[in-house]
Design a binder for this molecule. Structure first.
Ligand SMILES: NC(=O)c1ccc[n+]([C@@H]2O[C@H](COP(=O)([O-])OP(=O)(O)OC[C@H]3O[C@@H](n4cnc5c(N)ncnc54)[C@H](O)[C@@H]3O)[C@@H](O)[C@H]2O)c1
Length: 324
């Protein structure tokens, strides 16, 4: 039984449902949040889960095997590293961190600790996304040429830290949801990008604390495939479309919680309903118990951080091509 402390009761509440779906694997012992009322509400008064507002005490608790970091991005690095150094396995929500430097330091801390670290890239474990990867890997419809992906919702008027606090968020739509587009383009193509270009558009200039509200970027892959990607906080869009030499396939919605719809030409592919969080937690449990490698590892999160930094560099230079 893997004993878990979840830190942060926002998306942490969804993670809790994932663990609860796997009672033979996990026991959530603690839900920690500065807002203890929010944490208590998330557990639904479950007497088996202790509520704490004291992060340091939770990280020092020898009864905890796994710390699940569901905090705003600026806390991903310090809390993950502290947990690893305390001998815990870690699941860290996306984005891995707010800088390449700190993400790399967290990867090193993980190696030193000899513990496992998984980034909360739930889509990588989802059967729809895995089938999309397979179609590309086996070139079922020929070589991939174009990828079009978008993740966007209307949030720009909200007071949430994502839209109002650069220090906490580390960046705007790219950091929060554009990372899904980077993931989709990378695992959809099965390649690593070699160059990026990006342009920002801020149509609510008085909002966003200097962060990008809408960002349009391209990723160029060694095969010649190109991904055009958009992340935005001003409209609803969620899709991942792939065009290969002999046809099209893709997912819509692409990354949201609603069950994806996978199409391959005119065919619709469906799988039994499942909880995406439980699917990623189950994979992590198997890695811990069997000593197998983590799919969405720290190194995987670090690759995305490098791409994010290159995209920001390009946007700063008005769309100049930046090599990776
Ligand atoms: N994978 C997904 O589908 C998904 C969805 C939403 C959010 N996220 C990611 O999860 C992370 C958290 O986002 P969220 O939407 O849950 O944010 P949120 O603001 O709703 O929740 C964060 C919680 O952390 C708590 N907190 C802040 N500092 C703390 C501290 N020092 N100690 C204890 N608690 C503290 C806050 O009180 C808050 O309740 C972000 O990185 C976000 O990108 C992922």
């Amino acid at each position: 039984m893997i004993r878990v402390a979840i830190i942060g009761a926002g998306i942490g509440a969804e993670h809790l449902e994932g663990y609860r779906a796997l009672p033979e694997r996990f026991q959530v012992a603690t839900l920690c949040d500065l807002d203890t009322a929010r944490a208590a509400k998330a557990t639904g008064g479950d007497p088996g889960i202790s509520i704490s507002g004291d992060l340091d005490a939770v990280l020092a608790d020898p009864a905890i095997d796994l710390v699940d970091v569901c905090l705003p991005p600026h806390l991903h690095f310090p809390v993950s590293v502290k947990a690893l150094e305390a001998g815990k396995h870690v699941i860290c929500e996306k984005p891995f961190d707010i800088s390449v430097k700190k993400a790399a330091m967290a990867v090193d801390a993980c190696k030193r600790a000899g513990k496992l670290l998984q980034i909360g890239y739930r889509c990588q474990y989802d059967p729809y996304h895995k089938e999309l990867m397979r179609i590309g890997r086996e070139k079922e419809l020929g070589a991939i040429k174009l990828i079009r992906t978008c993740d966007s919702f209307f949030g720009v008027n909200s007071s949430n830290w994502r839209f109002t606090d650069h220090k906490l968020a580390g960046g705007g739509a790219l950091m929060d949801i554009g990372v899904y587009c980077i993931q989709g383009a990378r695992y959809g193509s099965g390649e690593e990008p070699v160059a990026v270009r990006a342009v920002n558009y801020n149509t609510y200039p008085d909002k966003m604390d200097g962060m990008e509200e809408t960002i349009v970027f391209t990723l160029e892959f060694p095969s010649g495939a190109v991904a055009s990607c958009t992340a935005s906080y001003v409209a609803r869009a969620d899709e991942l479309h792939i065009s290969a030499e002999k046809g099209n396939y893709g997912l819509e919605p692409g990354y949201g919680y609603a069950t994806p719809q996978l199409y391959k030409q005119s065919e619709k592919i469906t799988y039994p309903a499942h909880n995406q969080q439980a699917t990623q937690m189950d994979a992590f449990a198997r890695n811990i118990l069997d000593g197998t490698p983590v799919v969405a590892s720290g190194e995987e999160g670090l690759r995305d951080m490098r791409i994010i930094e290159a995209i920001y560099k390009s946007a700063k230079k008005g769309g100049k091509r930046v090599m990776l």
